[in-house]
Design a protein around this ligand. Sequence first.
Ligand code: PMP
Length: 339
Amino acid sequence: MKIREEVKNIKPYNPGKDRGGIKLNKNESPFSLPKELKNEILAALKDVSFNRYPESTGAGLREKLAAFHGLEKDNVVVGSGSDQLISYSVKLFSGKGAIVTPPTFSMYRFYSEVSGLKVFPVPLNPEFDLQIEKIKSAIKDAAIVFLCSPNNPTGNTFKRDSIVEILNTGTAVVLDEAYGEFSGVSHMDLIQDYENLLVLRTFSKAFGLAGARIGYALGGKKIIDYLLRVKPPYNLNSISLRIAEMMLENYEIVQERVEFIKSERSRIYRRFEEVCYPSQANFLLMDINAGDYFRERGISVRTFTGRLEDKIRITIGTKKENDLLIDSLKDYTEKRDDY
Ligand code: PMP
């Protein structure tokens, strides 16, 4: 057999070490579904025809998402997580490579490389902001630009003007708003004016459904039509489709939880401002090299290699988890010279 060179060069995805009892390393929701809703969902699943394929594009959920965002079904594609939609988006556009802006979500690089695109990294500046001029210089050879706002793992958002400036080049832009609910800001309205824009959202974060694997892309009708053409049929299963529909009908639960996460985020940020980067997401990047310290205390946090190797990212958890985190952080910051 002959393995493609691109595949030989791929390093396996490293989701980080996952040993501790308290999981603050994957930007998940700390909350399971409320018991009543879980029971309602389980009851509704009894009516799912397990022997039948779902509608091939998940039309029912697309309709509901469109109504939820004031759009039309033809503006929406659903996927098994937004990850899967990243993997489809790299198949759509011609050009030599993908622009990524590290430090950012590693899957943009991963799927670009798998699909044979070169990766043109344009690192964020020291304030973790976009280097617009450098992006614009790299863009002539690019098939696609990936932007993540709020950015994982830095937590900051990018200015609308910067996003618009990149869109104005005409190159395809994938704007990943996986954490958009926690910032309260979205630029999805730009799909009305920019046919080169795809906005990605997910049910894995604010909706607390990482295990059900549901994501969606929003865009103008033309780009969505092409995305539907490259997407395999039935890419989202009947069970997840139904769960997502029911979760949308109960959006007030999501809102309540987002408010809780935001208030816990500011509680932790205010207490440790000197080592914390401001965040608009459900996590905080911290300027402490304390991965092992937390792991020893049964708390999993995200550590990095490269530019962020002396930092950690912690996901906002439940009140109890955050209290424990705060106690450990207090201890660490007071005695950091001893560690
Ligand atoms: N985008 C970003 C920025 C993420 O951080 C993640 C998950 N960590 C994803 C997309 C993928 O989410 P999912 O596939 O669960 O929708």
